[in-house]
Ligand binder design. Structure first.
Ligand code: 4AD
Ligand code: MG
Length: 456
């Protein structure tokens, strides 16, 4: 490995080898041992890199005793450089094999401490007794190593494509990327899920949403968006709550609830479309129905009022009262029969925070929307029109018994040329979880943060 001044940059990728780009060539493959087996004369190693896997074959006769022993010593997750000849082979997984000519061990693995994650750790009962992937104490303690499994890697690839799709969507629609502080003085989404942080003798909180600070810049930029972490002290143990999640939010001047929903629908459809374009292999690996994902990408998303949803639920004998926000258990029942995401609009004022604009046609409701994903996944977007006049915002803040002081900047935005505007927040982890068909939201984020875990 004495290569100072030289480059280590990889030029040959296993995915490309499997696509037939290097057949009958001699190549150098850099990667990690995924599996190996063999006998005293022949040794098979499945080598992986970030793009795929390939079986590599080493014969003692060709390699000589010493190199053959080195190869056999390359146990699971050893990093290696194999030099060899690529051969097309119909029987091989992926269609190609490498005949190994030389072996270089880069990072050895101590055989007394073998790689601790095995197939038996994958789909098993988790901490809550639910059948999920990677959710045992053992796998969660070894999350840093679990990330190398095919399933985890696949999820991270889908995640990367989803982030790219969101940026492309908003930039393609003339939105400017804008950042808000993460230390804040007040709640956006209710006080019960605020994380308190000691702040030089004062109390600060971790932000629950970028929204209020985005509204401050709305008269400056008119269309803005972000993808940033939000924090919620969620005690509830569900398959869709994290304490730190990635929040794609947008804010837009001169817009109604309908205008905002059109962008919510637009960005979700464009994420589905991007996954189909960039990640077909990964979706197939996850056994996702590609026609169903195409429906998510192509179909319009129906809109239904909150009251209608309550009627549907009551018709299914679910005990739910008008005025309640819908929790996971109810959304799950509601969305099991949906074949595409649905918007629920016009929630009761009592169920939503002060910033939602009251419906001028009926004061019991606010002009808001939640977007519910099908297959039982439920809410992926929350948004709507904002209370935009000074007088109305003061009234709503006082009605809620919220102190005005931390929100003075927010009130000022209305005092100096308020305009109708609105926006939404999309839970990126939730969208990826749904499109990937994940068994739990923690599957799609590298180091999930929940009420029970901040390590590793
Ligand atoms: O519905 P929420 O609470 O709305 C807001 O925060 C607004 N201020 C957003 C806005 O208008 N700019 O959160 C928005 C979305 C939810 O629909 C959900 O997808 C996601 O954020 N979310 C969570 N995702 C994972 N774990 C949690 N604990 C989440 N809480 C909300
Ligand atoms: Mg919500």
């Amino acid at each position: 490995m004495e290569r100072f001044g030289e480059s280590l940059v990889k030029t040959i990728w296993i995915g490309d080898v499997q696509n037939g780009q290097h057949t009958d060539q001699t190549v150098e493959l850099k990667g990690w041992v995924k599996r190996s087996r063999g006998n005293n004369n022949i040794w098979f190693v499945v080598l992986r890199d970030s793009t795929g896997t390939i079986q590599c074959v080493g014969k003692k006769k060709a390699l000589g005793e010493a190199v053959f022993e080195t190869l056999k010593g390359a146990i699971i997750e050893t990093s290696v450089v194999f030099t060899g000849h690529v051969r097309a082979d119909e029987r091989a997984e992926g269609g190609h094999e490498l005949d190994i000519a030389n072996v270089e061990i880069v990072g050895a693995v101590n055989s007394e401490r073998p790689f601790p994650i095995t197939e038996a750790d994958m789909l098993v009962e988790d901490e809550d007794g639910e059948l999920t992937y990677g959710g045992t104490e053992h796998t969660l303690n070894h999350r840093h190593l679990y990330l190398r499994t095919t399933r985890a890697t696949t999820m991270l690839k889908l995640r990367s494509s989803a982030f790219g799709a969101i940026h492309n969507y908003f930039r393609g629609h003339d939105f400017l990327e804008y950042q808000a502080p993460n230390f804040v003085a007040g709640a956006v989404e209710g006080g019960s899920t605020l994380f308190e942080v000691p702040y030089f003798g004062k109390q600060a909180y971790l932000t629950q949403s970028w929204q209020l600070y985005a509204e401050a810049a709305m008269p400056a930029l008119e269309r803005l968006y972000t993808i940033a972490p939000s924090f919620r002290a969620e005690k509830s143990r569900t398959r869709r709550h994290l304490t730190e999640f990635w929040h794609a939010e947008m804010e837009m001047a001169w817009a109604t609830n309908n205008d905002i929903m059109a962008h919510g629908e637009g960005v979700v459809r464009s994420i589905a479309k991007t996954l189909l374009e960039e990640r077909e292999d990964e979706l197939t690996y996850l056994e996702r129905d590609l026609e169903m994902i195409a429906r998510y990408a192509d179909s319009p998303y129906p809109r239904m009022r909150y009251d209608e949803a309550i009627e549907i639920l009551q018709g299914k004998d679910v005990s739910v009262e008008w005025g309640q926000d819908l929790d996971y258990s109810k959304e799950k029942i509601l969305t099991q029969d949906f074949d595409v995401p649905h918007f629920l609009t016009h929630y009761p004022k009592v169920a939503k925070p002060f910033y939602h604009r009251v419906d001028p046609e009926d004061e019991k409701y606010v002009l808001c929307h939640d977007l519910l994903a099908p297959e039982g996944y439920g809410e992926i977007i929350g948004g709507g029109e904002r209370t935009w006049s000074e007088q109305e915002i003061l009234q709503r803040i006082d009605e809620e018994g919220t102190p005005r002081e931390p929100y003075q900047f927010y009130i000022d935005v209305r005092s100096y040329g308020g305009v109708p505007h609105g926006g939404f927040g999309l839970g990126v982890d939730r969208v990826v979880s749904w499109l990937a068909g994940a068994t739990h939201i923690r599957e799609v984020i590298p180091f999930p943060r929940t009420s029970r875990r901040v390590t590793p």
